[in-house]
Design a protein around this ligand. Structure first.
Ligand code: MRU
Length: 405
C-alpha cells in the first residue's frame, strides 16, 4: 500500500453557503462516518453547539477551532448590535456558551477566551465595530492554520522517536479529524509514513462511540496507511506478544503535573504499556496544557448519555434495488425525514439527501432499564506517560513548558 498524504481529510473549514451566500462553519459530520460522508454548514452559534455536543465535530483541537468559528458565525449572521459595547456583551455571552458546550477539552474554553480577549483588546485600542467583526473572522481562520502548523511540528518531533518498522498503537481519533487538519497522533503517523518508518498502526475500536473503529480506520485507509482494528480489550495481549513498538494518544486536558485526560480507555492502555515496557506518548498542542489544574483529580469528566453504551449508532445509504422499493422510499420520505418506530428503543430515521436515500439508526444491545455509567474520558497519571509531544518540544510529563508564567 502506498500512502497518499493528499487524501488526509479535513474536519472543519470556514466558507459561504451555496444556498444563501451567508458565511458558515462547514463540518464533515463525524457522526455519520464511515458509511456516509456528509458536510454540514452551521450558520448559527447554536448549530455549532449542537454539532459539538453530538460529536459531529470532536477532538480537542478541532473543538477549539469550532468554538472560534462559532463566535465568528454569531457575529456575522446573528448579532444585530450596532454599538461596540453591546456587541462585546453579546460576544461575551456567545463565548461563554460555546466555550462550555463540552466540559473536558480545555481547548474549547481556551479558544473562546482567546477570541473574546482579542476583541476586547482591539476595542480598547479604538477599533471600529466593522474592524472588530472582520478581525474575529480572520482570527478563527488563523487559529485553524496555527493548529495545522502545530500538528506538523508535533508530527516531526514524534516521528523522530520511531525506528523503521514501527508498529504503533493509537486510541480514539487524534488524527486529522480530531484537529483542524493533519492530526496530533495523525501528524506523527503521516510524518513517519513519509519517512518509511511505519509498518503498521493498531487502532483500538474505542467504545462506546467507536471513534477508532469508525474514524481513525477510515482516515488511515483513505490515506493508505496500513492499519488493523482491535477490540479495546485486546491491547494488553498484543503488547504481551511484542507487537507494539509504542503507544501514541491525544489529550483533552493536560494538568500542571502532567496527568492527562483523554478518551476513556487511555488509562488502561497506559497501565498495560507500563507493564510491558512499551513507550507511551501523549501528543497535544501546548494549548491543551491547563496550568490552572494542579493534577488530574481536578479535571471535570464529561458524563454522556447511557444510550451510547447500551447500543450502536450507524448511518448509511439505502440503495433501492427495484421500482417498488424506490416508490416505497419515495412515499416514506415525501414529507421529509421519516422516523420509524421499531421494537424496544431501537430507532431508524430515513431521509432524502441529494437525490438518494439515507438512514440514521440506533440499535439497542442491552436489556431495557439497565443502569449505565458512561464517562467519556479518564485520567492517566503522569508517571505512566513516557513523554508529552507538543509543537515546541518533547517533554517529560513533570516538566511541561510554560509552567513558570
Ligand atoms: O469525545 P471525543 O471524540 O471528542 O474525544 C476525543 C479524544 O479523546 C481525543 O483523543 C483528543 O481530543 C485529542 S484529538 C487530537
Amino acid at each position: 500500500m502506498t500512502a497518499d498524504l493528499s487524501k488526509i481529510p479535513r474536519s472543519i473549514w470556514w466558507g459561504a453557503s451555496e444556498e444563501n451566500g451567508k458565511p458558515g462553519v462547514f463540518l464533515l459530520d463525524q457522526t455519520r462516518l464511515p458509511l456516509s460522508s456528509e458536510v454540514i454548514c452551521c450558520q448559527r452559534l447554536e448549530a455549532v453547539e449542537v454539532a459539538i455536543q453530538s460529536l459531529a465535530v470532536r477532538g480537542a483541537p478541532a473543538l477549539g477551532v469550532a468554538a472560534a468559528m462559532a463566535i465568528a458565525v454569531w457575529s456575522e449572521n446573528e448579532s444585530t448590535d450596532t454599538e461596540t459595547d453591546s456587541w462585546l456583551a453579546g460576544l461575551d455571552a456567545a463565548a461563554e456558551r460555546i466555550g462550555n458546550a463540552r466540559p473536558t477539552a480545555v481547548n474549547l474554553l481556551g479558544a473562546a477566551d482567546r477570541v473574546r480577549t482579542y476583541a476586547h483588546d482591539m476595542a480598547r485600542a479604538g477599533s471600529s465595530l466593522a474592524d472588530l467583526k472582520a478581525a474575529i473572522v480572520a482570527l478563527a481562520q488563523t487559529m485553524a492554520e496555527e493548529n495545522e502548523a502545530e500538528n506538523r511540528a508535533i508530527g516531526k518531533l514524534g516521528a523522530e522517536l520511531l525506528e523503521p518498522g514501527s508498529r504503533i498503537l493509537t486510541h480514539c481519533n487524534a488524527g486529522s479529524l480530531g484537529t483542524a487538519y493533519f492530526g496530533t497522533v495523525g501528524g506523527v503517523i503521516y510524518t513517519a509514513v513519509e519517512q518509511q518508518k511505519i509498518e503498521h498502526v493498531w487502532v483500538t475500536e474505542t467504545r462506546p462511540l467507536n471513534q477508532g473503529a469508525r474514524l481513525t480506520t477510515w482516515e488511515l485507509m483513505a490515506v493508505g496507511v496500513p492499519c488493523a482494528l482491535i477490540a479495546d480489550s485486546m491491547a494488553a495481549s498484543i503488547m504481551d506478544s511484542g507487537w507494539v513498538s509504542a503507544v501514541f494518544v491525544g489529550a483533552d486536558r493536560i494538568c500542571a503535573n502532567g496527568d492527562t485526560a483523554n478518551k476513556v480507555g487511555t488509562l488502561a492502555l497506559a497501565i498495560a504499556a507500563d507493564y510491558y515496557q512499551v513507550p507511551f506518548y501523549v501528543c497535544a498542542p501546548t494549548s491543551t496544557i491547563d496550568k490552572s489544574l494542579a493534577d488530574g483529580s481536578e479535571v471535570t469528566i464529561e458524563q454522556r448519555d447511557g444510550r451510547e453504551l447500551a447500543g450502536f449508532s450507524t448511518s448509511g445509504a439505502i440503495i433501492p434495488t427495484d421500482r417498488a422499493t424506490l416508490r416505497a422510499l419515495d412515499m416514506l420520505t415525501s414529507a421529509g425525514e421519516r422516523n420509524l418506530r421499531l421494537n424496544g428503543k431501537n430507532r431508524m430515521n430515513i431521509y432524502r439527501k441529494a437525490g438518494t436515500y439515507a438512514f440514521d439508526a440506533w440499535f439497542q444491545a442491552t436489556p431495557p432499564g439497565l443502569p449505565i455509567y458512561n464517562p467519556a474520558f479518564d485520567v492517566t497519571p503522569a508517571e505512566l506517560i513516557t513523554a508529552v509531544i507538543t509543537e515546541t518540544g518533547v517533554y517529560p510529563p513533570g516538566a511541561l513548558p510554560g509552567l513558570t508564567d
